[in-house]
Design a protein around this ligand. Sequence first.
Ligand code: SF4
Length: 327
Amino acid sequence: MSEKKALLELKNVKTFFKVKGGMLKAVNGVDLTIHEGETVGLVGESGCGKSTLGKTIMRLYKPQEGQVLFDGQDIWQYKRRDVFNYTRQVQMIFQDPYASLDPLSVIGDSAAEGMDIHHLFTDKKQRESEILRLLNQVGLNESHVDRYPHEFSGGQRQRVGIARALAMNPRLIVCDEPISALDVSIQAQVVNLLKKLQRERGMAYLFITHDLSMVRQISDRIAVMYLGNIVEIANSEDIYLHNRHPYTRALLSAIPIADPTVEKQRKRMVLGGDVPSPVNLPKGCSFASRCPYATEACRQSAPALRPMEDGHLVACHRAEELPEEAY
Ligand code: SF4
């Protein structure tokens, strides 16, 4: 991926929220680059800050510190016209497409919502033919245009959500748990559709999910997030086969394996300990309270995200010492 141009760069991004008792550090110093046409999977347990990071990229939250650069420009230094362009080029797909669609609008109008806001088509016929083209691209057809969201299945509604994002001809789509609410068979269809659209249109994806099984199918690289920080990032295959961070290993070891013989024989890494409060983070490694390899040094200083090999980055003091095991 290194030869590809950086599209979006997060530099030491911190997104905090004032809560009773202090500041909730939802995103606590994230560095991440997404290249043109690349898919980065962002994984972690719920509450780790991944959705807040997605919304920070969408310019829905302003970070307290750090920079979000798009084509090298700070999105918080934009003039009004640049903001308008940015909100066109960076789109979002949501977990619950039903909640994001107006129940009183027909599907054609929902798909065209962004097009209408940005006045992309003033000619009614052109607008209609563009809606049809978009719906066809996501596997829907003319018969769906005048129907309402309640007449659609979850998978079909997610296709409408994708069509609505595509209408803006985006360069980056933040996919926030786009398949979590769908049946497993439908999940694969939506992932395959996203891959097909990326091949045809070349946009980048940030694919946010707590499910490590499906993210492998779509991601070029995977970033693992824990308590507001990225603790490991590497090529998709390296995350599965040469992972280094104990938290990544724990997440992977929780994925069920279909083969009962393999499932019975496999080692699992079960985490004990409590998750620290994001309002009151420890001074050392934030994973130390659950990590079976934690030492006193881990509790004293927080590990920085540092390079290993082939662009593989890990935030663990003991990454070189720990046995290399694939889960
Ligand atoms: Fe575990 Fe220490 Fe590595 Fe943190 S730095 S993940 S506590 S071994």
